[in-house]
Design a protein around this ligand. Structure first.
Ligand code: IVH
Length: 693
């Protein structure tokens, strides 16, 4: 990330005036109804462009310009704040943070000894006033000096108790937001009641706070990030709130019963060095995609009260705190179409086709939609502007239509009445729709998957050949391959003696594949190569897998209750296919199973002796493989890692133990360096695991 982010080019005074007008309107919508026509990135670019123009043309500056104002100057309220509710200054990179911290140290005349590092919650700032432990008033930030009374929302906000654990008079400050589930529920209720949606969780919280008589129910969540004394606060409490470090105030607040980030998987921490602060920034950034609430950065605060007091405030923001902004993970784009695809297990999944848009470093053209009900609940229409979310490695998703941008030319999404692949019926009894033919509907794909290199590895079976075998009625699934006869194969188009013999030999050879490959070939939903290996190692035989209940399956690393339930159902459904494989003489046992990884029978001598070289390590592979690893697929390298006792993972985090970085390694290498994770070349790695190659 650079510290000079993109800005909108503004050439002359007229363009400047127009830009100010657009920004003020967008900001008013954002802080008002929460329905800004610009996404955060576009708004920020515009305001930076305005600021750049103003820097060069100080005489042209318009009084209504949003620069340097809390909430872009868009809102004013009528309840004065005890102490102004300020904004935060932003940095966008480690460099930016270092520069900011150095400036703060110069101002203080000393280094900051301790920092608080916490997620920057993406919601609406709220001040909650408690008297004698009772919640008496809720006020929005407004223009920072005065806000709106939104006390009518008390009772709709989780984490904001009506009564504190102690009868204190105190003002809590924090953010009101909607978790993903709260947002989905609010939008479903809103679509049903008034036919419109909120574009994203942030605007849903903003809009819901503002609405007086909700025609539908909404629930929001409060996260406190500070506490202040107010009129009526007793002397002792006031002294503590003024004198305690921020981290201890947060403990006090949590002890009173208010929600804080301490209760989440991305809790605030304290750090005594800027390096640790930066590490925590990376950690929180990596956790972002998995959080059920939105964050748009990390807030770094001088922890000690004395540092805060000595640093003081500017008109807009405190000098003792800064926001390390993370890239936007949500953009507005157009929904061009909805495609219905039939997967290898017969699942019929709608997919949104989007006008390509760049989100968090990659171009998004498709996004998942779960099912028809999901589309209806969201009230999506073809041609809609939609908000698209994508963070880290998560699959992009459509959050909601931006209903106020509708033109009237949008069309309803057509929901198929029959399987879009084979025309047979749809089983809509489950959340995920499936073709009534199940796996047989899309047999080509499942057979193709089963015979691929990482599963049965049967050469000479391309998609065309599989299509032909199915069309001729010779196979309906991949188990039928094992009973094909010479006469059947040679009778196929363009099959000679040599190719027939070769294909049948390849099929015969595949019968000896270890259980891990056979299990993977089944294409159990949500189970890929690594998971198949772990299951095969754990149980050793297909019979043992079939005998396992959900509880037994959960003994396998990475299998939680949800996945275990899917596994049980899928294995039951696949019973006829597995029986066919067994009858055809497919082996289905895992050599060396039950023995810790790397000590399996039949492994090279050196491998059996001591602890495997990667025992307990989480290893990530990136870039091109070379040396002894040249030509290995990523799946094969991952298999190697697991044979050598490690766990293969696809993304770098603080839990990563080792990164294998080949030529053209990119962001993963940079991130590993930032986190201080050991990085080796493919050659060095090959040397470490030589006994397992
Ligand atoms: S401290 C004087 N901590 O971000 C302002 N703010 O962009 C001190 N925010 O107005 C605020 N998470 O509404 C603080 N952990 C956090 C926060 C946080 C979100 C919001 C807050 C603030 C805005 C500035």
């Amino acid at each position: 990330m650079s510290d000079t982010p993109a800005s909108t080019e503004i050439g002359d005074r007229a363009a400047y005036a127009a830009a100010v007008q657009t920004a003020v309107a967008a900001s008013a919508a954002y802080y008002g109804e929460g329905d800004s026509p610009l996404d955060d990135d576009a708004y920020d670019r515009l305001v930076r462009g305005i600021a750049a123009y103003e820097a060069g043309h100080p005489d042209d500056v318009l009084p209504e310009s949003p620069t340097g104002k809390v909430a872009g100057g868009a809102v004013v309220g009528d309840v004065p704040h005890t102490v102004p509710m300020l904004s935060l200054d932003n940095v966008f990179s480690a460099e930016g943070l270092r520069t900011w911290a150095a400036r703060l140290a110069r101002r203080l005349g000393r280094e900051v000894a301790a920092w608080s590092v916490e997620p920057k919650l993406d919601g609406m700032a709220i001040s909650a006033r408690y008297r004698g432990g009772r919640l008496v008033q809720l006020v929005t930030r407004g223009d920072g000096a005065a806000g709106d009374d939104v006390s009518h929302c008390t009772g709709m906000i989780l984490g904001l108790p009506g009564r504190l654990a102690r009868p204190l008079t105190v003002e809590l400050r924090g953010e009101v937001l909607m978790t993903r589930a709260q947002f989905e529920a609010a939008n479903a209720a809103r679509t049903a009641a008034v036919g419109t949606t909120f574009a994203n969780p942030r605007s849903a919280a903003a809009g819901s706070l503002r609405t007086r008589d909700h025609p539908y129910e909404v629930e929001m969540t409060f996260f406190a990030y500070g506490a202040l004394p107010m009129d009526g606060t007793d002397g002792e409490t006031a002294a503590r709130l003024r004198g305690l470090p921020h981290s201890q105030i947060m403990e006090l607040v949590a002890g009173l019963g208010a929600n804080t980030t301490a209760a989440t998987s991305a809790p605030g921490i304290t750090a005594t060095s800027l390096e640790r602060v930066l590490e925590r920034v990376e950690e929180i950034a990596a956790l972002r995609a998995g959080l059920d609430f939105g964050i748009d950065g990390i807030v770094i605060k001088a922890d000690a009260a004395a540092d805060q007091a000595d640093a003081g405030l500017s008109s807009r923001a405190p000098r003792w705190a800064v926001a390390y902004k993370l890239p936007a993970v949500e953009k507005i784009t157009r929904l061009l179409d909805v495609e219905w695809n039939v997967g290898r297990t017969g699942v019929i999944a709608p997919r949104a086709v989007l006008e390509p848009v760049e989100v968090d470093g990659s171009t998004v053209t498709y996004a998942t939609l779960h099912n028809a009900a999901d589309i209806e609940r969201r009230g999506l229409m073809i041609g809609d502007h939609v908000t698209v979310y994508k963070a880290g490695d998560v699959i992009p998703r459509v959050e909601a239509p931006v209903t106020h941008l509708r033109t009237g030319r949008e069309r309803p999404v057509e929901i198929p009445a029959a399987c879009p692949r084979c025309g047979d019926g749809i089983d809509a009894s489950q959340q995920r729709w499936r073709c009534v033919r199940g796996r047989a509907c899309h047999a080509v794909v499942s057979v193709r998957y089963a015979v691929a290199r990482d599963q049965f590895d049967i050469e000479g079976l391309g998609e065309g050949r599989i299509d032909q075998l199915i069309a001729e009625g010779l196979i309906t699934d991949f188990a039928d391959l094992f009973t094909l006869t010479y006469d059947q194969v040679i009778a196929l188009d363009r099959m000679g003696e040599t190719s027939t013999t070769a294909l049948l030999a390849a099929i015969e050879g595949a019968k000896a594949k270890p259980l891990s490959k056979v299990f993977c070939a089944l294409g159990v939903r949500g189970t890929g190569r690594s998971m198949s290996r772990r299951i095969a190692r754990h149980f050793g035989t297909m019979d043992a897998i079939r005998a396992a209940d959900a509880e037994a399956l959960q003994e396998v690393e990475g299998v939680g209750p949800e996945r275990a339930a899917v596994l049980v159902a899928e294995i039951a459904e696949l019973a006829p296919l597995i029986d066919k494989l067994a009858a055809a003489g497919v082996a289905m046992t895992e050599p060396g199973a039950g023995v810790p990884a790397g000590r399996e029978a039949g492994q090279a001598a050196g491998a059996g002796a001591a602890d495997p070289p990667l025992a307990g390590m989480s290893v990530v592979v990136t870039g091109a493989m070379s040396g002894p690893l040249d030509g290995l697929s990523r799946g094969q390298v991952n298999e190697l890692i697991e044979r050598a006792g490690g766990t293969a993972s696809s993304s770098v985090s603080s839990r990563t133990s080792l990164l294998v970085a080949g030529e053209k390694a990119g962001s993963k290498k940079a991130k590993a360096e930032r986190l201080g994770i050991e990085t080796v070349t493919p050659e060095e790695f090959a040397a470490r695991v030589a006994a397992f190659l």
